[in-house]
Design a protein around this ligand. Structure first.
Ligand code: AHG
Ligand code: MN
Ligand code: MN
Length: 283
């Protein structure tokens, strides 16, 4: 597993370099979710693929930017599901973006996730790594070195609220719940990149990130295998919770297709319990 984490560090430096030097325009192609790909999405995907080709314990890759499953090493043990560049449409306005990795052993479902990692490309490059043992570990790059900053823990209750999705298309119960949090003093923090938005909540003690099902997107927008499930492990290991709108743990999801999405909610204990009440989910 350490080989995989080391490869992710190499990937972080290469993608960061690409973000800083390459063309920020569109590529004239679409990904499996029907989204127009930026040249940077394609380049980042290539960087990740090339890096893991060399790692014999990696059996297969599943990317946001590829249709199917790419088998790379017959005798490998792990499948890595990844979003090579999350929030890529924010690159041209110079906001933070990220990469997300879910490391699965066996079939592609939540309970087979053994570790996850994400990179934040911001004023600095940061890396967060989670396994099923212990708190997530937070690293910051200095030159080519990644220095451990420490373990990350969520407080029981936070102050930040990151409400995703088009508000016009929210259900009235979701709108009331979000309004209620603001009425209780929560502060809005939403950049439109799930990596920096979830990272901020993790590092500032807690709060809620939500991306609900909406009238135009009943299954939400965020993809289970390479966005939602990897972050669910981060939040649970940090002492928080991560559920869908039925109160099911995101780590128990079983996608039917690699690109399936789900409504998702990540937060500290207090906010997730409040959400369950608002959504009428039994405890
Ligand atoms: P990607 O750039 O990989 O397609 O992901 C973008 C995602 C996610 O980062 C973010 O939280 C969400 O899209 C924002 O969507 P809205 O603009 O609908 O809020
Ligand atoms: Mn993404
Ligand atoms: Mn992406």
């Amino acid at each position: 597993m350490q080989t995989i984490f080391n490869t992710i560090k190499t990937i972080a430096l290469k993608i960061d370099h690409a973000i800083k030097t390459e063309d920020l325009g569109y590529s004239n192609t679409e990904n499996s979710s029907g989204e127009e790909q930026l040249k940077l999405d394609v380049k980042s995907d290539y960087i990740v693929e090339q890096a893991f080709m060399e790692v014999s314990i990696v059996k297969a890759l599943v990317s946001e930017e590829k249709e199917g499953i790419l088998e790379i090493n017959k005798n490998g043990k792990y499948t890595i599901c990844y979003d090579p560049l999350d929030g890529s449409s924010l690159a041209d306005v110079n906001l933070s973006v990220g990469s997300i990795f879910g490391i699965y052993e066996g079939g592609l479902k939540g309970e087979n996730l053994v570790a996850s990692a994400y990179i934040v490309y911001g004023p600095r490059i940061e890396l967060m790594v989670a396994t099923k043992k212990g708190k997530p570990l937070h690293y910051r790059a200095q030159g080519e070195e990644f220095n451990l900053i420490g373990e990350v823990s969520l407080d029981q209750k936070g102050k930040l609220n990151a409400p995703g999705g088009t508000q016009q298309n929210w259900s009235s119960s979701h709108k009331n719940f979000i309004d209620d949090l603001f009425a209780k003093g929560y502060r809005l923090r939403y950049s439109g990149g799930m990596v920096p938005d979830l990272h901020q909540i993790l590092l500032k003690g807690g709060g809620l990130f939500s991306y609900p099902g909406t009238s135009d997107k009943p299954e939400g927008k965020l993809r289970q295998l390479f966005e939602v499930i990897p972050f669910a492990l981060m939040y649970e290991q940090a002492g928080g919770k991560a559920i869908n709108s039925n109160g099911v743990r995101l780590l128990e999801l079983i996608p039917e297709h690699p690109h399936d999405t789900t409504p998702c909610f990540f937060g500290s204990d207090y906010e997730i319990e409040a959400l369950k009440k608002a959504y009428g989910v039994k405890a």
